[in-house]
Design a protein around this ligand. Structure first.
Ligand SMILES: [Zn+2]
Length: 313
């Protein structure tokens, strides 16, 4: 009982919480809609309700949240999917409410830790985790330790610059990996080509409504053999492969794990990623390297949050 953790995954659409033991087994879980547009206070109320649903006693609380945030002070500086959140001392607020230790970390960083402790990266001390969904996030484990940087802001892999004059990124930059290969970018590329009059089965899948085009629909069209959809996934995979090649030369990991909704496209994404890494990385960095899908799926944030506390002891 003493080794259980209450883990919380604070997302833009859902808040999920779970009671997790030291083996990574989920003993209880709950979920609420974030309703982020209502602002911080009601969202914090829902976080507290989620915690009360699963807590059995005085378990420590560990939160996975979107960044940028300060993991040592437990403050969320801002979060693109949580309107109104500016320098919110979430760990302090929850500590006052529950009187237990509260930890706050970046969700993608925790995902790397979760895979390291419970998932595809068990026993591997140098690994990189990339989540490819609406945006692109990352976490890096180097020599068994989470790489945080001087302000806890490290491993924002999605904002690696790959095309200096490329498409605008949500952060204000240009040509970032996220603006070239995220789910949002994949959908945007499809819409651009459709507006130019490209013939594609995506048109049928969305019944002609461009606003319904998502990366999932583009993946479906690609699976059906649609040439445009295939070329868009090939391009996204190419850029992710370039990003990974850069990371391999800098960090020399043994394992790269790809998670997030877009990674569910499977070979459609993994084939061009692996081909690009093979073509663009020095041979010694490729030897023994594996590029694999997440083993923890949608629970990676919760399990990562638990792993952080178990590691901290
Ligand atoms: Zn960016």
């Amino acid at each position: 009982m003493k080794d259980n953790v209450v883990a919380v995954d604070l997302g833009g659409t859902h808040i999920r919480s779970a009671l997790i033991n030291e083996k990574g087994e989920i003993l209880a879980r709950t979920e609420r809609e974030t309703l982020a547009q209502e602002g911080p206070e009601p969202v914090i109320g829902r976080i507290e309700a989620c915690i009360r649903d699963v807590a059995r006693g005085t378990e420590p609380i560990s939160i996975a949240a979107p960044g940028p945030l300060n993991p040592w002070k437990g403050i969320i500086h801002q979060a693109p999917n949580l309107p109104g959140w500016r320098d919110v001392p979430l760990a302090d607020i929850l500590h006052r409410a529950f009187k237990v230790p509260v930890y706050l970390n970046n969700d993608a960083n925790l995902a790397a830790l979760g895979e390291h402790r419970f998932g595809a990266g068990q026993g591997i001390n140098d690994l990189i985790y990339l989540t490819i969904s609406t945006g692109i996030g990352g976490g890096i484990i180097s020599q068994g330790e989470l790489l945080l940087g001087t302000k806890g802001l490290a491993a924002e892999i999605g904002h690696m610059i790959l095309e200096p004059e490329g498409p605008p990124c949500g952060c204000g930059g240009r040509g970032h990996l996220e603006s070239l290969a995220s789910g949002t970018a994949i959908a945007r590329r499809a819409v651009e080509e459709m507006e130019k009059g490209a013939e594609t089965s995506i048109t049928r899948l969305v019944e002609g409504e461009l606003s319904k085009v998502t990366a999932k629909v583009v993946a479906q069209a690609a699976q059906e053999g649609d040439p445009l959809a295939n070329s868009i996934f090939k391009e996204a995979g190419f850029y992710i492969g370039l990003g990974i090649a850069n990371l391999l030369h800098i960090l020399n990991p043994q394992l790269v794990i790809l998670g997030g909704g877009v990674s569910k496209a499977g070979d459609l994404l993994f084939d061009p990623v692996r081909a690009t890494v093979k073509a663009r990385t020095m041979l010694s960095y490729q030897e023994g390297l594996q590029i694999v899908p997440t083993a923890l799926g949608g629970d990676v944030g919760l399990l990562g949050a638990a792993a952080f506390v178990l590691k901290t002891g």
